[in-house]
Design a protein around this ligand. Structure first.
Ligand SMILES: Nc1ncnc2c1ncn2[C@@H]1O[C@H](COP(=O)(O)OP(=O)(O)OP(=O)(O)O)[C@@H](O)[C@H]1O
Ligand SMILES: [Mg+2]
Length: 210
């Protein structure tokens, strides 16, 4: 089943034609790595696919439904989870509050799921600890639990191991694949180990994905 399909996505900034027509079809349970040199537009593409930003041209369908710009927040909250290189947690909030953030935005009651996810990422007993008092690896565990809180169909991860040492990267890699095994997973990475763990790798270069 196609979870996300995009056709002819284009994005330019003044003087910079970044994405020149991206076609992609991502299926349930599929993992895709996107690689490519720094500055080619990988994060930009992930932001478009994740409905965080709108393309200049092209279409995006989620679960067969065309998504209009005004519906981006709704689709994003229901269907998409994000993990970022810099974690992007609310530093002054607790582990539990961070994991529950997508549920709060969607006005859903997910406390028992959040507690179960915290246990799954190995942080049981740390629910009340403030995010700012966690190590980098622990922060990324919280971010993974947060990404899964609303039980999304698709997880996007932008260099999820980019700020972690080698051992910790492997742990986060394993955790991502274990927790998102039945989801579609799109990972932007410079980490060849992480890319080779994905079903498929595509490279973004000169505005095209190949
Ligand atoms: N809002 C913006 N306005 C203008 N230029 C932008 C904007 N966002 C990104 N860019 C430019 O687009 C280019 C691609 O940025 P992007 O972050 O997508 O690259 P990347 O492939 O993810 O790089 P890296 O591997 O270093 O993370 C960069 O030159 C960046 O400066
Ligand atoms: Mg980037």
């Amino acid at each position: 089943m196609s979870v996300l399909k995009c056709k002819n996505l284009k994005k330019a900034y003044p003087g910079l034609e970044l994405l020149k027509g991206i076609d992609l079809d991502i299926h349930n349970g599929q993992s895709l790595a996107i690689m490519g040199p720094s500055g080619v537009g990988k994060s930009t593409l992930l932001h478009l696919l994740g409905l965080l930003d709108a393309p200049d041209a092209g279409t995006i369908e989620i679960l067969g439904q065309p998504v209009k710009k005004r519906d981006y927040p709704l689709f994003r909250n229901r269907h998409i989870g994000f993990v970022f290189q810099a974690f992007h947690l609310l530093e002054d909030e607790s582990v539990l509050t961070n994991v529950l953030m997508p549920a709060k935005i969607g006005r859903l009651d997910r406390k028992s799921r959040a507690l179960e996810l915290i246990e799954r990422v190995g942080l049981k007993g740390r629910e009340k600890q403030l995010a700012k008092h966690l190590s980098g690896g622990e922060k990324q565990r919280v971010a993974i639990a947060r990404a899964l809180c609303n039980d999304p169909d698709l997880i996007f991860a932008d260099e999820p191991t980019g700020n972690l040492d080698e051992g910790c990267s492997k742990e986060i890699q394993d955790l991502l694949f274990q927790t998102a095994w039945n989801k579609a997973l799109v990972i932007v990475t410079h980490d060849t180990n992480l890319a080779s763990a994905c079903d498929k790798t595509l490279t973004l270069n000169h505005g095209l994905l190949k």
